[in-house]
Design a protein around this ligand. Structure first.
Ligand SMILES: *Cc1c(COP(=O)(O)O)cnc(C)c1O
Length: 367
């Protein structure tokens, strides 16, 4: 028998979450962001649930090729644009739209021989200081691009650093938006500003603009947890990580569990050993107390996460035995739900990181 662990991808939940993005920005077109192998879900599997999107946004040409091979004829956007002049050949061949965020990318376009004029998204650095032209340089970049025969249309784009209002920082969404609007006031073209957090938190039409770019919300994680949960946003989990108990242990008061003996039983108790560890993508730093479902009952991790196992408190799960199902995140077959955000929060990270880290060795089923 294979090791009793699997990940499930919930196609209907992907479609449901896309619908939620559309409800939040009803006038806008929606990119489904499927970078990083669709946030660990698999591009082809995500495509099964997200075909209702207006386009797919990603980083890798190889991922774009997968979508074209699956039959997607609509828009595909490279969110970081070309990494090399030769990438423009793939853009022409696969009909990819691409971001332009620096002068070198304009140089490559100016030298590119094609009879298919390109659709580009011109990125402004409105305060995040990662990618994009500063407001002072933006208009010049736009003029340069609009003079190229290789360019057919230019969409104006920026990205928010703090659209999840929970993260603090001197620049807020209001400030970045003002910079963007002031700089682009005289320029024609469609506009795109919002990631998931902005799409959900700022529903006015100027922020939603022509294209929204939801990623994480599509995958059933709240972009501003713990301020809002997926329940608050009416999102559904799209990934379940599930395994089984492969052993149980009856501990006496004072017995210790696992590497480093990091947990000591305060009284006699039963624990279970579940077939999932950090080599499956479960975060090693998840401490005692991290929530987990056993037979659909919410309980907690005890002791350190090992490479292939975690240990769980069975005090509240009297009927648990070898073979009992354990849901690390997502949907228990018993109906209970454990949002990935709660596990991530306990481990000091975000849902994004956990879903992207799902390990190659875990078999994935599309349900
Ligand atoms: C990843 C990404 C998004 C999606 O962000 P989420 O927080 O996952 O919604 C949107 N826009 C750009 C430019 C991105 O790189």
């Amino acid at each position: 028998m294979p090791r009793p662990i699997s990940a499930l991808i919930h196609t209907d939940a992907l479609a449901h979450n896309l619908k939620r993005a559309r409800q939040a920005a009803p006038q806008a077109k929606a990119w489904a962001v499927v970078k990083a192998n669709a946030y660990g879900h698999g591009v082809a599997r995500a495509y099964a649930g997200l075909q209702g999107a207006d386009g797919f946004a990603l980083l890798d040409i190889a991922e774009a090729q997968i979508l074209r091979d699956l039959g997607w004829r609509g828009p595909i956007l490279l969110l970081e644009g070309c990494f090399d002049a030769r990438d423009l050949e793939a853009c022409s061949r696969l009909d990819l739209w691409h971001t332009v965020h620096c002068e070198a990318q304009i140089d490559w376009l100016a030298a590119h021989k094609t009879n298919r004029p390109q659709t580009v998204f011109l990125k402004m650095n409105s305060g995040m200081n990662r990618l994009g032209f500063t407001p002072a340089a933006y208009r010049g970049a736009w003029l340069r691009l609009s003079g190229l025969t290789q360019v057919e249309s230019i969409t104006l784009m920026t990205h928010f650093a703090n659209a999840d209002i929970t993260s603090d920082g001197p620049i807020g969404i209001v400030g970045q938006r003002e910079v963007f609007e002031a700089t682009t006031a005289e320029l024609p073209g469609a506009r795109s500003l919002s990631n998931s957090a902005a799409t959900l938190n700022f529903t006015d039409e100027a922020v939603a603009a022509d294209w929204v770019r939801p990623g994480i919300l599509l995958y059933g994680s709240s972009p501003d947890f713990p301020a809002h949960s997926i329940h608050d946003w009416a999102l559904q989990p799209t990934m379940t990580l599930r395994c089984e108990l492969i052993a149980t242990q009856d501990l006496k008061a004072g017995d210790c569990v696992g590497y480093g003996s990091a947990f000591t039983a305060p009284q006699a108790m039963r624990i279970g050993v579940a077939a999932c560890g950090y080599a499956d993508g479960y975060p090693r730093v998840a401490p005692t107390g991290t929530p987990v479902l056993v037979n659909g009952v919410r309980t907690r991790l005890v002791g350190r996460v090992s490479m292939d196992m975690v240990t769980v408190d069975l005090s509240a799960v009297a009927d648990a035995s070898v073979g009992s199902e354990v849901t690390l995140w997502g949907c228990s077959p018993h109906g209970a739900v454990l949002p990935i955000d709660e596990v991530a929060h306990a481990a000091g990270t975000v849902g994004y990181e956990l879903m992207c880290a799902l390990a190659q060795r875990v078999p994935v089923l599309l349900v």
